[in-house]
Design a binder for this molecule. Sequence first.
Ligand code: DGY
Length: 437
Amino acid sequence: MDDMTRFDMDDAARAILAKNDRGGYTVPTDRLYPFQWNWDSAFVAMGFATYDVDRAYRELERLAEGQWDDGMIPHIVFHAPSDTYFPGPDVWGTKHRIPTSGITQPPVFGMALRCVHEAATEAGLPDARERSRVLFQAALRHHRWWLSARDPDGTGLVAILHPWESGSDNSPAWDVAFARVPTDTRTAIRRRDLGHVDSAMRPHDIDYQRFIHLVDLYRECGWDPAVQWARTPFKVAEIQMTSILARSTADLLVLAEGLGTTDERSELRGMLDRLVAGLARRWRPRLNRFVSLDLISGEDIEAPTQAGFMPLLAVTLDDAQREAVAAEIARWCDNAVGALPSTPSFSPVFEPKRYWRGPIWAVINWLAADGLRSNGLPQLATSLDRAIVRAIERTGFFEYFDPVTGEGAGGDAFSWTAAAYLVLRRRAGNGASDKGS
Ligand code: DGY
């Protein structure tokens, strides 16, 4: 792809972010996801930071409007009504001053804040320091919530209480743990997603029954974290979530040099040490990756998913681990796109088009590449960046990509795919062309 076409693609990515803008926040895509989603917005803020830092701040500020008094930042903020999505605010029944869901999502917020702060400082944005300071405090309160509400025993791993919290809704990682969740619901299920996307790409109806069973249960718990912790049938100490939290904590620690107090710096250092130690214990040499822990059964979750490599974001691998991980990731990336899939094709449950059971996601490869770079594997990192850039340039800004055919799938004109293009193309360099792929 020549430079001129690249500029067109940059324009197309910016046009998607403009089209999905609903007033200072960006919906993931029109109709399928018509509100502000937590980790989508954090990635989007980093995309905006490549050309409009004021707008990048707005994305995070609008997300922080949804933060609860206890520090939790919800996975959806329902800023304005829409009837194209289920479950809406009436099902969640939360009590925040603006309607939100009652669960959370991966805290990419801290990573995004560091990125936006550095871009704003470089651009000389006059109010950068004050805006970053306010968001830094929001992030710190959110991290405190994570450690107290989701790791009350101080294990160094934070737990998810709903698959939607992971962002990887129907990942094979949950199959065993999720099968224990009853399928009865008090809420009538009215799936709207199937009106926008082929049902062969989305979770099954029985998954939705369990998703909504958990929402009903937590609503009955009054959204009290301690009551939920005691009553939930689904509790997974999750390595992707913990890795993102740890990486964001490390980024907040860097920001704390200029924006925080001495006490806040030592608090963040303590959090980071605890999370990194928790993650390090989850390495399984037999599998060449890390594993999550089912807190209800006490068993390792060995299903192969992208989460197994996310600890690279925070943990420093030794030489043997580095070699094993590099070979394992290369094996998983032997597909039409050349990128890390959510489930590898050698897994018996691999489905190339069904949501988190095989497809390739741009933001996952973005995180994986970050982890590889932190662990002295820059070439493999760049090959992931380039594979994603090529996939987008060939097929468009889709929600995700089929690893067998390379086709785009799920929703179209997706905000975080546009943001990923803007970020990854800059660091992928010229080798991202179709030549040699
Ligand atoms: C959905 O509704 O598909 C979402 O992933 C939940 O956040």
